[in-house]
Design a protein around this ligand. Structure first.
Ligand code: PNS
Length: 162
């Protein structure tokens, strides 16, 4: 039986920290579905298509990774995909509050599922998509924080908006 997990998130955009978790999850599972949330009530910088493309380009070397989108409840998406494991990252202790709440709600909605928390490499503990965008918007090179395809899109996006 193949082991499958879903790694959901906004990925606006995907960072090296997210990709570190993707690599770690690939060592534990046979297939990993990176699921980009399309929640219309959240204001994203990048379109769903752009967010998907950035993950696909960043994960080219990982054949077990599939990129998908979901809207609505994560619990419903898990049931539809018949997957029981969700991957989430814990960078710092302050992440725990929100993650614990979310994992508990998801377990309530879908009692069969488990959330597996992975820690990124410590060099990524401070990384967040929002901060990477701020740095890029203000003209600093984003290359240390995101993969090459993402860095290219960040430069193009923020140069065009100046
Ligand atoms: O990268 P993020 O923004 O921390 O990801 C959060 C995400 C998209 C995984 C979370 O908001 C989510 O699962 N949204 C779907 C709606 C849902 O299921 N809500 C109830 C549980 S919080």
């Amino acid at each position: 039986m193949s082991r499958v997990a879903i790694y959901p998130g906004s990925f606006d955009p995907v960072t090296r920290g997210h990709m570190d978790l993707v690599q770690r999850a690939c060592r534990l599972f046979d297939r990993l579905i990176v699921a980009v949330s399309t929640n219309p009530s959240k204001k994203h910088t990048f379109s769903v298509d752009a967010r998907i493309r950035m993950i696909e380009e960043s994960a080219r070397h990982l054949p077990q990774v599939e990129v998908d989108t979901f809207s609505g409840l994560l619990a419903s998406y898990l049931k539809r995909k018949k997957v029981r494991v969700v991957i989430r990252g814990l960078r710092v202790v302050s992440d725990l509050d929100y993650e614990f709440q979310m994992a508990s709600m998801n377990r309530r909605l879908c009692p069969d599922m488990e959330t597996v928390f992975l820690m990124p490499d410590e060099q990524y503990t401070y990384l967040a998509s929002s901060m990477v965008k701020e740095v890029a918007r203000m003209g600093a090179p984003p290359d240390a924080f995101v993969t090459a395809p993402v860095a290219r899109l960040l430069r193009r996006t923020f140069r065009a908006r100046k």
